[in-house]
Ligand binder design. Structure first.
Ligand SMILES: [Zn+2]
Length: 510
């Protein structure tokens, strides 16, 4: 049954893209500019005035390179008074405005740089970033394409190419759903592969964060920022989604790690990515990979940047699979290049709420539809069990998959959903469909772990199957976690045969 599906998901937070060519050297005074006042022209005075502006601009440029952008702005803006016709200086000032989040102004200045000199290549890249930040996707794509055309030797050209891919993909999705709500981006969040989420209930979602020690440019502070970002999402859900950080990787439901190699990311430009695995409507596991280094040399990885990437990736890991069209949202499809610190917008919060609301209150369907689904479900399960007894595992798996669909109107609290997933996962394991087995069993586990009404016997078998799966995969710490859970459940049920079998398995894990 095609219950288990993996969904690789790219994220891109980044764009930003300033390679070495991204800003130009400070514009140098070439000749004195004419004083427009009616006083007799004093060449010396004009030179001094110019020198004054030039000094200020150079100071501003140095501050920008150090990352002190707000301080740089009043100094660099003096370029408008003394060298408004210098394309390189206009490009640098436009880049600064972009970083300050003044996108409209940046576009004006960058276009001016390009009018003065269409060969002012970095301006095309920055213009792409500014348009993308305003959600003007077509303009952003043309500007990026122009940059790619003009700078074939840029070693970071793949960053731009992957941005184009992502923006074009977003444009396609937007054309499928041209109407967007003002208050949320739910339609974009789920339009990728349908809706799926984490079962919420008695237990928090277990998160393991592999420390990034030893990775290039990694700082222990990033661990705190990541945990803070998890906390912010939890707050946004009014504490309905809870996380617990565990010290061991075994049994983790969200696994986070850092990498210092862009090779490990799905696309070159990514600041990170999240891989979400799900069976039916239930997430089984999410893996978040984050860059410890900056994907582009001219823009260092720093606190604000890291925090924005972390909020974005956690959003994906929670089931917001698509992107927002608005650069104020954490799940924005491009990169907000500004230095403004990231925070969850009201639209982020509303989208999360809509994603999880049906789970809290089952879908509203008529009594008649519910009755029909119940009946279909009952019949399909009977057929599935008969097929298992005949040893027709494929057929049984398919029947369980169809039974699962009948349960969707009843919500996540309905224990039958977990039972069907658990049986299906067990069949996948017997048929050696390892990927399906893992995802489906984990989804079943998540449902049962969060529900007080879970059947302990079914839960114990699901844990045992998961233990066996990881044991066969030689993942000892995972195997140990699930064998222990299974052992405790079987002990309570006083099932001696299972208990001694699991004790033997656990000994082998140690
Ligand atoms: Zn993303």
């Amino acid at each position: 049954m095609r219950l288990g599906t993996t969904f690789n998901f790219i994220v891109i937070l980044l764009i930003l893209a300033l390679g070495d060519g991204y800003f130009c050297k400070p514009a140098m005074a070439q000749d004195s500019s004419q004083d427009s006042s009616s006083k007799p022209y004093d060449p010396l005075k004009a030179v001094y005035a110019n020198l004054d502006h030039l000094k200020a601009y150079a100071q501003g440029f140095a501050l920008m390179q150090k990352g002190e952008l707000r301080e740089a702005e009043p100094l660099m803006s003096r370029i408008l008074q003394f060298r408004p016709e210098n394309p390189a200086a206009m490009q640098n000032y436009g880049f600064l405005l972009l970083r300050l989040g003044k996108f409209e102004e940046a576009i004006k200045i960058l276009n001016r740089a390009l009018q003065l000199d269409p060969g002012q290549v970095p301006a095309w890249g920055n213009l792409g970033g500014a348009y993308a930040s305003l959600g003007k996707i077509d303009d952003a794509v043309s500007a990026y394409k122009k940059y790619i055309e003009l700078s074939k030797n840029d070693p970071q050209i793949d960053v731009y190419k992957s941005m184009v891919t992502i923006l074009e993909d977003q444009a396609k999705r937007q054309s499928a759903y041209p109407e967007e709500s003002k208050d949320d981006y739910y339609i974009d969040a789920i339009s990728f592969k349908g809706k799926m989420n984490w079962p919420l209930g008695k237990n928090p979602i277990r998160v393991y964060v592999e420390p990034g020690d030893g990775k290039q440019d990694y700082k222990p502070l990033y661990m705190d920022l990541l945990k803070k970002a998890f906390w912010e999402w939890s707050q946004a859900s009014n504490d309905k989604i809870k996380f617990v950080f565990q010290n061991e990787s075994g049994g983790a439901q969200i696994y986070c790690r850092w990498t210092d190699s862009t090779e490990n990311l799905i696309a070159r430009a990514e600041g990170g990515h999240a891989k979400v695995e799900y069976a039916g409507p239930v997430i089984g596991r999410s893996d978040i990979t984050l860059l410890s280094i900056s994907p582009c040399r001219a823009m260092p990885m720093n606190e604000q940047f890291a925090h924005r990437i972390y909020l974005h990736e956690i959003g994906h890991a929670l089931g917001i699979l698509g992107h927002s069209r608005n650069s104020n949202d954490s799940l924005f499809c491009g990169v907000n290049l500004s230095i403004v610190d990231g925070k969850l917008s009201d639209r982020d919060k509303k989208t999360l709420y809509l994603l999880y609301q049906n789970q809290l209150a089952p879908q509203v369907v008529s009594a008649e539809v519910k009755k029909r689904c119940e009946k279909n479900y009952g019949e399909l399960v009977v057929f599935a069990e008969k097929a298992v007894n005949r040893g027709e595992l494929e057929a049984a798996d398919d029947l369980y998959g169809r039974a699962l669909k009948q349960l969707l109107p009843f919500g996540f609290r309905d224990v039958r959903l977990a039972t069907v997933l658990s049986r299906s996962g067990s069949l996948s394991l017997q048929m050696k469909k390892m990927l399906d087995a893992e995802i489906t069993l984990r989804a079943a586990f998540n449902l049962m772990d969060s529900n007080d009404a879970t059947d302990p016997e079914q839960f114990a078998s699901c844990c045992k199957d998961l233990g066996n799966f990881y044991w066969q995969n030689k993942e000892k710490s995972e195997a140990k976690f699930y064998f222990e859970r299974s052992l405790n459940l079987f002990k309570k049920l006083k099932r001696d045969a299972e208990v001694s079998e699991l004790e033997r398995s656990l000994k082998e894990c140690l």
